[in-house]
Structure formats: structure tokens, C-alpha cells
Design a protein. Structure first.
Length: 400
């Protein structure tokens, strides 16, 4: 790749799961950087692009990185997903099978720390500032690079909204908007068949994606990872909700990381990604089967059938909503403000309705979760509807 320099070079990458709002963020960074006199390089496939690169001018590295122009980013800036692609690669723990062929002799352990190669590749590309857009896993590795001396400015992204140091992460608003819309759409079927509607939503450790839509009226009840629920109690509440509904149905949102009392999280498989996470999925199936089994106890001996739906990728695909169009624009320009001021080791943020930044190491300090005592009614298995004064837009996201 030709690294002919102007004022300097900005590198951008997107890591982890895709969300609407990534392309607008890439567009905002690129347009501002180009107008400030920088070159802009897009790193493809998240951290994988910096792992797989071959430092040889004769090698075609177009699958790992590309120069970005106004023409390129303007075409995709209003769309969902990330045109730079993404991955869950963790350069500090690369399994042997994923080590690039040209590095296999040098790195031959079961898991390998390829950070030395990442640092050399950043230098090879002439990148002065690296702007990774991602969740806590992506940003934790960005903090590692910061500790290694790389000038890093992170942008928080995740549907779960669980990155500490910011009230808001790109993708969350669209996720909530879609969850509400899809849940309301499914009500017609639930009401037609007089069933309980069980909807499984994302949320490994944090229940914001179930609690906020429920607060907005999408569901009667929700169960979240922060509180182990009693299955009989949930079933009793849903049967009561169904009986008081003129259309004879009820709705519960189930976070994928929710746990019944005495049980662990439910996984689709035992295989782990490079960040040590097993793929979740299936708690909605268990909750549905238990409701069928337990419902006669609370419904005069008659079983209630269930509609069981996993929203999954439906809430992360497609175009961003208004919030996830505006916030990425602001975050991208905030990142350039920091770079132009010579500041690094930061993550841009939105706190208490105001844009700013936080130290990037904030992502390593705590887990951002729902404060159950403040926001979750454990008896009613739904949000508290009180104490809204001076809270941010999404109510319960300013605790960390």
C-alpha cells in the first residue's frame, strides 16, 4: 500500500458485532479527517486486518486495508452494517488455526499473542492515530495498544449499551426501536391465538435491551441477566396479564443472558470466540416450554400455548434510526477534535446529555449493568416507573 503522507494518517476499524450506525461513524471520521489534511486508511475485518497483513510492498493487502475517500464513504454513509467488515479477532489470543500462514513458524503455540505484529503493521501503514469503533472487547484491546504507545481514540458501539464510561453506544437506539416495532407486530398473532408471546432479545450481561423496550410498553414483563428469576412467578404474572387483556394474550422479553433461579446461562454451543465468549441462545426456548408446562397451575388446569420468537439479527440489520445517524456523526467529529488537539488514550462519550470523552481504560474497570435496586421491580419483573427527573434519554444508562 502506498502510504504517501499529508498531515498524517488516520486509521479506522470496526470490531465485534455489526450495528446500524457504523457506516455513518466511518463517514464522519473520514470526511473530517480529509478536510483537516489527513490521509485515511480503513482497516478491514476489525483487528483481523492488522493481524493478517503482510509487510511487503509487492503484496496485495487490499483485503486487509484500503484508502478511504469522500466518494467511497458518501455512498455507504447512510446505510447499516459496516462496509469495512468486522470480526471478533483478538490479536492477543489468536488460536494456532487462525495464525496467518506467513507467521505460523514464528507463532506456533495453541494460542498466540500477535500484538508485536499489529504494532509493526501500524508502523508499516504510517498510522498516526487509530480510531477503533467497537464494544468493550474491541476497546479493551485498543487500551492494550494505548499501553504499548499507540495513539488510540475509541468510539463505543454495541446494541447492549454496556460499555462503561458512556451513557450511549452506537446501535442501541436502533435496537430498541426495532425491538418495540417487531414486538408490536407480533402482538397480532399472539392475540389471534390467545397465547403468551415470548421474545428473546440480545443482552449477555446487561438487560438494557429488554428493560427499555418494556418500559416503553412493548411487553408486560421482562427478565434480565442481572436478576435470577423464579420461573413459576414469571408464569403466574403472565397468566394474570393474559386474563386482564381484552385480547387474551401477554408478552415477555427475555434477555439472552437471563437465568432462572439455580441455573446458568444457556448456550447454543460450547465453542468460545477469541474473547472467551460462548454463543448464547436458547433461554427463550426454555422459558416457553416452562410456561406451557406450568400454565395449568395458574389457569384453572388449562394449558396456555406460547409463541416463541428470537429477534436475533433482525434488530442489528438494516439502516440506522435518527439517533444512530446523529450520534455517530458527533462521535466521529469528537474523535478528530481529540486527534487535532494531540490527545490520545481516550474514548468519546455521551454523558448526561453532553458529548465528551473518558479515559479508554474505563472499559477495563467495571461491567456496565442495570442497577436492579433502582430500576428493576423484582416482584413485578418489569421496570420501576419512577424517579425520571435529571435522568438521561434512556433513563438508566448513566451509572458507570
Amino acid at each position: 500500500m502506498n502510504t504517501k503522507r499529508k498531515k498524517g494518517t488516520i486509521g479506522i476499524l470496526t470490531g465485534g458485532g455489526d450495528v446500524p450506525g457504523l457506516n455513518p461513524a466511518i463517514r464522519a471520521i473520514t470526511l473530517r479527517a480529509l478536510r483537516e489534511g489527513y490521509n485515511v486508511i480503513g482497516i478491514r475485518r476489525g483487528w483481523a486486518g492488522l493481524v493478517d497483513m503482510i509487510r511487503d510492498k509487492r503484496t496485495d493487502n487490499s483485503s486487509n486495508c484500503q484508502y478511504l475517500s469522500e466518494e467511497i464513504v458518501n455512498k455507504v454513509g447512510r446505510t447499516g452494517g459496516t462496509f469495512l467488515h468486522t470480526s471478533r479477532t483478538r490479536p492477543s489470543r489468536v488460536p494456532q488455526i487462525n495464525v496467518p500462514g506467513h507467521l505460523k513458524e514464528k507463532y506456533d503455540q495453541e494460542t498466540n499473542d500477535l500484538t508485536p505484529e499489529v504494532l509493526k503493521n501500524l508502523e508499516y501503514l504510517g498510522i498516526d492515530y487509530l480510531i477503533p469503533v467497537g464494544g468493550d472487547d474491541t476497546l479493551k484491546y485498543a487500551n492494550r495498544l494505548h499501553e504499548e504507545g499507540v495513539k488510540v481514540i475509541g468510539i463505543p458501539k454495541t446494541m447492549d449499551n454496556d460499555v462503561p464510561g458512556t451513557d450511549y453506544c452506537i446501535g442501541f437506539s436502533t435496537c430498541v426501536t426495532r425491538t418495540i416495532a417487531l414486538t408490536h407486530a407480533l402482538r397480532t398473532t399472539a392475540g389471534s391465538h390467545e397465547r403468551v408471546l415470548v421474545i428473546e432479545v440480545f443482552g449477555r450481561y446487561a438487560g438494557f435491551t429488554a428493560l427499555i423496550p418494556t418500559m416503553a410498553g412493548a411487553a408486560n414483563r421482562c427478565v434480565i441477566p442481572e436478576y435470577q428469576f423464579n420461573m413459576e412467578h414469571l408464569c403466574e404474572l403472565l397468566v394474570q396479564d393474559r386474563l386482564t387483556n381484552p385480547s387474551n394474550y401477554s408478552v415477555v422479553l427475555v434477555s439472552e443472558g437471563a437465568r432462572m433461579e439455580g441455573h446458568e446461562m444457556i448456550y447454543k454451543s460450547k465453542e468460545k470466540d477469541m474473547f472467551g465468549h460462548k454463543k448464547l441462545g436458547g433461554v427463550g426456548d426454555v422459558v416457553s416450554s416452562q410456561i406451557k408446562k406450568l400454565s395449568p397451575k395458574f389457569n384453572k388446569g388449562r394449558r396456555i400455548n406460547v409463541i416463541n420468537q428470537r429477534l436475533s439479527y433482525m434488530v442489528r440489520c438494516g439502516d440506522p434510526d435518527a439517533v444512530d445517524s446523529v450520534v455517530p456523526m458527533a462521535f466521529g467529529n469528537l474523535a478528530l477534535d481529540l486527534a487535532l488537539s494531540g490527545v490520545s488514550g481516550k474514548m468519546v462519550s455521551l454523558r448526561n446529555g453532553k458529548y465528551g470523552d473518558a479515559p479508554i481504560e474505563a472499559v477495563t474497570k467495571v461491567k456496565k449493568k442495570v442497577d436492579v435496586e433502582k430500576y428493576y421491580n423484582k416482584e413485578r419483573l418489569r421496570p420501576f416507573y419512577k424517579s425520571f427527573s435529571q435522568k438521561p434519554l434512556f433513563i438508566m444508562t448513566s451509572e458507570y
